[in-house]
Design a protein around this ligand. Structure first.
Ligand code: 6PG
Length: 473
């Protein structure tokens, strides 16, 4: 029997689609799943691709079916399942074999796994894959973490299965060990912020302006032809336009307002906090999902405080509607600036030397946050290597143009009692970031007053203390 070029473990939605994508690009692939019914079912429904698939019933069969040195992709739930799978696989592997964890792993687990595997002769790759089911099947964005040598060994297959933006493959090696999974985590953090800001604009249109779902769908569709052009705006229009086949009402009106989250958004915020990088829009988005999950408490609070009329006065409605597109763009710029700043800091912290323009480029197609906007980000990083996207000349210009709309939208929404946590934290971040002299001088004074922490002065060098005793009253 002809050997497979690659193996894949875990035939859930993402694994199955990735395996079909690999087979379709001409690679022979051996697959295995913990429950063999899933393997059989996968092979039975593979159609013409069946001939390039070796469906294995045991792990031993899988490893025997792949031509050494064996690259094996793990597509199993992040966490303990990955460790269990690696432990089961290791006795069956030989030097030079490559284990590729393609799940949404926490990069700290990935770093640990690199250490555990070191010295065994095996190679490990931590690989972020974005694009959901459809991306996995037809071309995801792929973020690779591992040695240059490991990358070169899998590059050909990964390039063949990745999404393409104007013929450029959306895959790259981003750095050693946890780099790929870290970048994927930040991708998801940005995804959370993007989605939350879109949901806030939806809230303004629904509760403040009383627009129908069709009217909202039309707006999003129109925005998708402008600067906001992106996959998330495109699917928002589609979600809003969809009707329940039985009840014939908008599906979105039937969906419970309680958002799930698997952890990647939260990890972005935790890592940002650990490095002291403000990622307020992402934080607000994660917190908004947590708040959404407290359905019963929110209902009790509505009872306690009484229902609010959130409608925007007619005189302001038209202007508000006209501001939404620019406001969303301004919020988005701040959120992306934060996400990229977190990656910039991690790049130094973990010695990854993350290539910012490349990251932006491989996110232009295939992934959930794919958009035209990322092309502009890639160009901005190439042109001027800004410390923060908000300092890149073309973003200064864009932000100058759009921040007044964000300010008006946040102000009007707040007056009406419409919650816009991500948009308002994006605005607050921008306002604080652009203020050369802020208010932390007072905090330094307070810290020194109660704890003798010392402060720097603007008029002389060194560490100083205030003469607080005299003013203690
Ligand atoms: C992607 C997605 C995908 C998934 C995330 C988000 O890039 O393809 O980000 O990885 O949708 O896990 O999941 P939650 O919203 O459930 O946290």
């Amino acid at each position: 029997m002809q050997h497979a070029e690659i193996g894949l473990i875990g035939l859930g939605v993402m694994g199955a689609n990735l395996a079909l994508n690999i087979a379709e690009k001409g690679h022979r692939i051996a697959v295995w799943n913990r429950t063999s019914e899933k393997t059989t079912q996968f092979a039975d429904t593979a159609g013409p691709l069946r001939e390039r698939i070796i469906a294995c019933e045991t792990l031993k069969e899988l490893t025997a079916a792949i031509r050494p040195p064996r690259p094996i992709i793990l597509m199993v739930p992040a966490g303990a399942a990955v460790d269990e799978q690696i432990a089961a696989l290791r006795p069956l592997l030989a030097a030079e074999d490559i284990i590729i964890d393609a799940g949404n792993a926490n990069f700290r687990d990935t770093m640990r796994r690199f250490q555990e595997i070191e010295g065994s002769g095996l190679t490990f790759i931590g690989m972020g894959v974005s694009g959901g089911e459809d991306g996995a099947r037809h071309g995801p964005s792929i973020m690779v973490g591992g040695s240059d040598e490991a990358w070169r060994r899998v590059e050909k297959i990964l390039v063949s299965i990745a999404a393409r933006y104007k013929d450029q493959p959306c895959v790259a090696r981003l750095g050693n060990n946890g780099a790929g999974h870290f970048v994927k985590t930040i991708h998801n953090g940005i995804e959370y912020a993007d989605m939350q800001m879109i949901a806030e604009v939806y809230g303004i249109m629904r509760d403040g302006l009383g627009l129908s779902t069709d009217e909202m769908a039309n707006r999003f569709e129109a925005w998708n032809a402008g600067k906001l052009e992106s996959y998330l705006i495109e699917i928002t229009a589609k979600v809003l336009a969809a009707r329940d086949p039985d009840k014939k009402v908008p599906v979105v009106d039937l969906i419970l307002d309680r958002a799930g989250q698997k952890g990647t958004g939260r990890w972005s915020v935790i890592e940002a906090q650990k490095m002291g990088v403000p990622a307020t829009a992402i934080e607000a988005a994660v917190a908004a999902r947590s708040l959404s999950a407290m359905k019963a408490e929110r209902e009790a609070a509505e009872q306690a405080y009484g229902a609010v009329d959130r409608s925007i006065p007619a005189a302001e409605a038209e202007a508000l509607l006209a501001d939404l597109e620019a406001a969303l763009l301004a919020g988005k710029i701040a959120a992306y600036a934060q996400g990229f700043a977190v990656m910039q800091a991690a790049s130094g912290e973990f010695y990854w030397n993350l290539p910012m323009p490349t990251i932006a480029r491989i996110w232009r197609a295939g992934c959930i946050i794919r958009s035209q906007f990322l092309d502009t980000i890639a160009e901005a990083f190439e042109e001027s290597k800004p410390a923060n996207l908000l300092l890149a000349p073309r973003f200064v210009e864009l932000m100058q143009e759009t921040n007044p709309a964000l300010r008006r939208v946040v102000a009007t929404a707040s007056r009406a009692g419409i919650a816009v946590p991500a948009l308002s934290s994006a605005l607050a971040y921008f306002d604080a970031y652009r203020q050369g002299r802020g208010t932390a001088n007072l905090i330094q004074g307070q810290r020194d007053f109660f704890g003798a922490h010392g402060f720097e002065r603007i008029d002389m060098p060194g560490a100083h203390h205030g003469a607080w005793a005299q003013s203690r009253g």
